[in-house]
Design a protein around this ligand. Structure first.
Ligand code: AMP
Length: 397
């Protein structure tokens, strides 16, 4: 195990996820979560041998630093701190500045902070996480891995909006795309599954979690993706609306909503939650639908219809298609969602293999369409693994 461990950190505004990844075996030997930062119930918890342990943070403030200090103490208690060779940080927005993983120093943290107006909920929190980790692990190299980086290969026709170029040049308004680390990972795994080199393989990768996006991948490279300037566009999500006529925003403002209220409505109260009036959780939607709940049934229909439309339209971005890949919480686990999407795509020849679709759940991967029909597959994503591997690769570069 020694010299192969990377600590992966995903720092949010009120939370901090961490995972210790063994870059040789691919296993996560320890993972945990700090949450409720800024509140009296702030804590950090982790699982060892399936058993959850929780540590309460005190009210002296700076919960990010307290959480990381507790993680350091835990690693010392477990006798594995000395085996960690690098720290990898997940960063949501790299703008056009960061097209690949970079080694972190104070100048890089500053650049990531400078991109905060593009990702106000994420980048400032990442910068906090990096600074506390640099303090806690002063001798370790630290790396930033960007959700947007994989999409920097998109052609201009995919990332420039049909608006005045002035808005792109002055404000950087364009499609950036997110979930890049996930789309990158599952496409590499899919190429292995069909025994083809990744640079000769083309896929449509469908990441369906609380956040959801589709990515057209041509010869291993992202050529289009459904999230845009922010993660709000594209598919219907747990609480986000996805694509929407922009005039609706002006209409709501004229009706007396404030910009903040509109933002909150479209980001946090829409999607599966807004349409069903019930829950943002796909499991709850399916259960309610099976019990005849009308809102849940409509939410299911819109969700699956929109994913299918995106898949259909992304065939235009590719000159061949080796497979549709389903991943993330819903994509990896929900047989009914995948089944409906494949049914919607029957005009393209997709034919569900019901037994294979039922088996590809809870971490099991597999092809879920019938032999000799177009391929759709399920591949569990592993963003932490990519972050750890990229960090390790740069460490040894
Ligand atoms: P993620 O953001 O990738 O963690 O995915 C969260 C989403 O996955 C939520 O909507 C969950 O309801 C959904 N999910 C997790 N497990 C299942 C399952 N067994 N069946 C259906 N949806 C699931």
């Amino acid at each position: 195990m020694s010299n192969s461990l990377v600590l992966v950190i995903n720092s949010g505004s009120s939370s901090l996820k961490f995972a210790l990844i063994d870059t040789v075996s691919g296993e996560s030997t320890l993972s945990g979560l700090g949450e409720c930062f800024g509140l009296p119930e702030a804590n950090v918890s982790w699982k060892i041998n399936g058993e959850k342990q929780e540590y309460k943070l005190d009210d002296s403030g700076n919960h990010h630093q307290q959480a990381v200090n507790r993680i350091v103490a835990l690693l010392e208690e477990l006798g594995i701190k000395q085996d960690i060779v690098a720290v990898g940080h997940r960063v949501v927005h790299g703008g056009e500045k960061f097209t690949k993983t970079v080694k972190i120093d104070e100048a890089v943290v500053q650049e990531i902070e400078n991109l905060s107006d593009l990702a106000p909920l994420h980048n400032p929190a990442h910068a906090i996480g990096m600074r506390v980790a640099m303090k806690a692990f002063p001798t370790l190299a630290q790396y930033a891995v960007f959700d947007t980086a994989f999409h920097q290969t998109m052609p201009a026709k995919a990332y420039i909006g049909a608006i005045s170029q002035k808005l792109y040049k002055e404000y950087g308004i364009r499609r950036y795309g997110f979930h890049g680390t996930s789309h990158y990972f599952v496409s590499r795994e899919a190429a292995k599954m069909i025994n083809k080199p990744i640079d000769e393989s083309s896929f449509i990768s469908v990441h369906l979690g609380n956040g959801a996006s589709v990515c057209a991948i041509k010869n291993g490279k992202s050529v289009d993706t459904s999230m845009g300037f922010t993660p709000l566009s594209g598919l219907m999500m747990g609480t986000r609306c996805g694509d929407l006529d922009p005039s609706i925003i002006e209409f709501m403002l004229k009706k007396g909503w404030s910009p903040e209220e509109v933002f909150k409505e479209l980001n946090s109260k829409s999607g599966l939650l807004g349409v069903s009036g019930l829950t943002s959780d796909c499991r709850g939607i399916i259960e309610a639908m099976e019990n005849g709940h009308e809102g849940a049934t409509l939410a299911f229909d819109i969700f699956t219809y929109r994913v299918s439309k995106y898949i259909g339209s992304y065939m235009v971005a590719l000159d061949k298609l080796d497979g549709i890949i389903f991943t993330a919480g819903i994509g990896e686990n929900s047989q009914p969602i995948r089944s409906k999407i494949l049914e919607n795509l029957k005009i393209f020849g997709y034919l569900e293999d019901e037994e294979a679709n039922a088996a590809a759940r809870f971490g099991n991967r597999g092809i879920i369409t019938k032999p000799n029909t177009p391929v759709a597959m399920v591949i569990p994503t592993n963003e932490e693994w990519v972050i750890a591997k990229e960090s390790m690769a740069l460490l040894h570069a």
